[in-house]
Write a protein that binds this ligand. Structure first.
Ligand SMILES: C[S@@+](CC[C@H](N)C(=O)[O-])C[C@H]1O[C@@H](n2cnc3c(N)ncnc32)[C@H](O)[C@@H]1O
Length: 252
């Protein structure tokens, strides 16, 4: 690489950083987004989109976050979608039994196909179910992961109560999701990506931009957790997403 190329790369990086951080965060009211993954076209389009490079990076980020925990026993992936993350977790962590759960039969079928192709159908069990009424026993799981699903839950308070019901007393709930007050740059990027690469079936339901607008902000989550008497939690906000980890306290 010659000096000029290096100079141009550094200049491009500086401009990108300025673009990202000079424009203030977006401030908009939350717009609820209902996902229609039971429509076969939408489910297929979603499956296609989750194979795009940015989603791969986000899954890598989630896996590296999971490595901070001592994972063992039963892990449930809530709102598992087409099973990309569940399959990666199964490959990465040997000592786990996995349950992948989703509301949509259509998308869960795609997840089953993915697991079969990866020879993981023994290791991952699939369940249809809503996070507001989880088909699992009280205190029956060790760890719960959920990625990019929280913003779709139609009754988040009930959902958190359910997650706390099924998790064992020392268990962890780790949620990864968009944050609505992300940098305007990211809104612009998603708008551009929607025009250029997002499949038509998703454009029609205003995804993925609709998901970003449906995301929560830290203050809303804190208020919700306070109402639910959830005290032992950490919210780590990043550029356009956040990690929320909740440790079940014994008095919940
Ligand atoms: C954007 S997709 C994310 C899928 C996957 N976790 C990923 O990161 O690729 C959101 C998923 O959450 C599921 N979902 C939405 N609301 C749900 C609910 N109330 N209970 C269970 N799953 C739900 C949808 O069916 C969908 O598969």
């Amino acid at each position: 690489m010659n000096q000029w190329t290096l100079f141009l790369i550094i200049l491009a990086c500086i401009i990108l950083v300025i673009l990202i951080f000079s424009v203030p965060r977006k401030k908009i009211e939350r717009i609820v987004s209902i996902e229609a993954l039971d429509d076969p076209e939408v489910a297929k389009a979603f499956e296609k989109m989750t194979n795009f490079f940015p989603f791969k990076i986000l899954r890598k980020r989630i896996i590296s976050e999971l490595k901070h925990y001592d994972l063992h026993g039963i892990l449930v992936d809530v709102g598992c979608g087409s099973g990309n993350l569940a399959v990666q977790i199964a490959n990465e962590f040997n000592d786990l039994e996995l349950i992948a759960m989703d509301l949509s039969k259509e998308i869960l079928n795609l997840a089953k196909i993915r697991a079969t192709k990866a020879h993981l159908d023994e290791k991952i069990k699939f369940k249809i179910g809503s996070v507001e009424k989880i088909p699992l026993d009280d205190k029956s799981v060790d760890f719960i992961i959920s990625s990019l699903s929280l913003h779709h839950w139609y009754d988040p308070k009930l959902a958190f109560k359910e997650l706390l019901r099924i998790i064992k007393d020392d268990g962890i709930i780790l949620i990864f999701d968009f944050r609505r007050n992300s940098r305007r740059f990211f809104y612009g990027l998603l708008k551009f990506a929607t025009k250029v690469v997002v499949p038509n079936a998703l454009k029609k339901i205003n995804e993925p931009l609709g998901s970003l607008k449906a995301g929560y902000i830290t203050e809303e989550l804190k208020a919700m957790f306070s109402d639910l008497n959830i005290k032992d939690y950490v919210i780590k906000p990043y550029l356009a997403w956040m990690f929320i980890s909740i440790k079940k306290s014994y008095d919940l």
